[in-house]
Design a protein around this ligand. Structure first.
Ligand code: S3P
Length: 433
């Protein structure tokens, strides 16, 4: 079990480029596999999570060739689409730590007339899969799992006769929405999803980029079955959720400067910037366009931030950034309140209790709510030993907190960082010099 040791940093100046977006990397493999021919994917995130998706589709008979390796793994791949007709795998498919792999794959498997078993690591095997099973069963899939919330191992048997549905989603979840869209692609007719609040829209954008027709009417999203995605090459932008760690570090440190280039700036993901702007951050965004996704650069100059309220429909947009936003709250003047974020309790760890406990260890006062927390900002942080609980975003958020704390901060069990941001520790060394 390896550790990261962090010391208090002086104001830094850095130009960075973060690795490929995790959500888009998963989807690029899935859409390319469903397409009618070869697709070259560049800027792919060489992380453990995304590699699970690659291995899953290889198991399903999709040829996926590595064209280029970066320092942390494959970054350019050639996927040859199978027009949505896959082979029955000989073995269970291991989704590792990746909820996105398990949930989106369930959507794809709804149209495959054979049995597949999906397994995951200890954390993924605790996460609820009933949220995808409920709509996918209505569409004709047979799905079985453990206990009331249907945890892994998941057994799924699909059908060539996928039924279109109209589904009112009880939770705003891009993973659930995407699973239904992917099943709907093979349904006989129109499938409609009603979203309680907007969630990341990468699946809709990628479907459109692959010339699949979807229609959005306010919170209703429809797809017509029987379409085959048209094979195309694709460039994955940098992941704003990875950039978020450095953005918060720079924004909260008077005298620091940071320039992030080639980062995804999809408005369903840039809530982190809106929240920081409300906290008084000095941020400039320049947006361009590439392969259906907004991409651009962000420049940040550090200042003293102030506490803010985060909640409501904004939550799905910042769901992965709450741990680092709570750290920003601890560094700001005044209190930061996070509400309506109960979903955090079923992520890679219970992120509400993990964040509250870790902030307290560093000397910050936090009140925990069922659906969020209140963080008292302004106290000076002291170095502590933080257990990542195997959750990559907890590990990274508290490594950043360590840059502001007296003494040494030790983050334990940091292998998990590789699920989304290989190279984070190297980048951290650059910032600390
Ligand atoms: C993701 C959606 C989010 C997010 C996860 C990735 C995706 O989960 O937390 O890290 O790629 O669709 P939910 O859709 O379950 O909120």
């Amino acid at each position: 079990m390896s550790e990261i040791h962090v010391k208090k940093s002086t104001p830094f100046s850095a130009d960075i480029k973060v690795p490929g977006d995790k959500s888009i990397s998963h989807r690029s493999i899935i859409l390319a596999s469903l397409s009618n021919g070869p697709c070259e994917i560049s800027g792919f995130l060489p992380s453990a999570d995304c590699w699970c998706t690659v291995e899953a589709f290889r198991e399903l008979g999709v040829p996926i060739e590595v064209l280029e390796e970066g320092p942390y793994g494959p970054t350019r791949l050639l996927v040859t689409g199978k027009r949505g007709r896959f082979d029955a795998p000989g073995n269970p498919i291991n989704c590792g730590n990746s909820g996105t792999t398990m949930r989106l794959l369930s959507g794809v498997l709804t149209s495959q007339p054979f049995e597949v078993v999906l397994t995951g690591d200890e954390s993924l095997s605790r996460r609820p899969m009933d949220r995808v099973a409920t709509p996918l069963r209505q569409m004709g899939a047979m799905m079985r799992g453990e206990g009331k919330t249907l945890t892994a191992p998941i057994h799924i048997i699909g059908t060539r006769e996928v039924k279109p549905i109209e589904y009112d989603m009880p939770v705003a979840s891009a993973q659930v929405k995407s699973a239904i869209l992917l099943a709907g692609l093979a349904a006989k007719g129109k499938t409609t999803i009603i979203e309680p609040a907007p969630s990341r829209d990468h699946t809709e954008r990628l479907l459109q980029y692959f010339l699949v027709k979807t229609i959005r009417d306010k919170n209703r999203l429809s797809i017509w079955g029987g379409q085959t995605p048209e094979s195309r090459d694709l460039k994955v932008p940098g992941d704003i959720s990875s950039a978020a760690f450095w953005i918060v570090a720079a924004a909260s440190m008077p005298g620091a400067r940071l320039f992030v280039r080639d980062v995804g700036l999809n408005p369903t993901r840039t809530g982190i910037l809106s929240v920081l702007l409300r906290m008084g951050a000095r941020i400039q965004e320049v947006v361009d366009f590439s392969d259906g996704e907004p991409i651009g650069s962000v420049e940040i100059h550090g200042t003293k931030l102030k506490g803010v309220e985060i909640g409501g429909a904004e939550i799905p947009n910042v769901i992965d950034e709450i741990p680092i936003l709570a750290v920003a709250g601890a560094l700001a003047e005044g209190k930061t309140t996070i509400r309506d974020a109960k979903e955090l309790r079923v992520k890679e760890s219970d992120r509400i209790s993990a964040v509250a406990e870790s902030l307290r260890r560093m000397g910050c006062s936090v009140e925990e709510y069922i659906d969020g927390m209140e963080v008292q900002g302004g106290a000076s942080l002291s170095g502590a030993t933080i257990d990542s609980l195997g959750d990559h975003r907890i590990a990274m958020a508290f490594a950043i907190a360590g840059l502001f704390a007296t003494g040494t901060t030790t983050i334990r069990d940091v292998e998990c960082i590789g699920t989304s941001y290989p190279g984070f520790a190297q980048e951290l060394k650059q910032v600390q010099r």
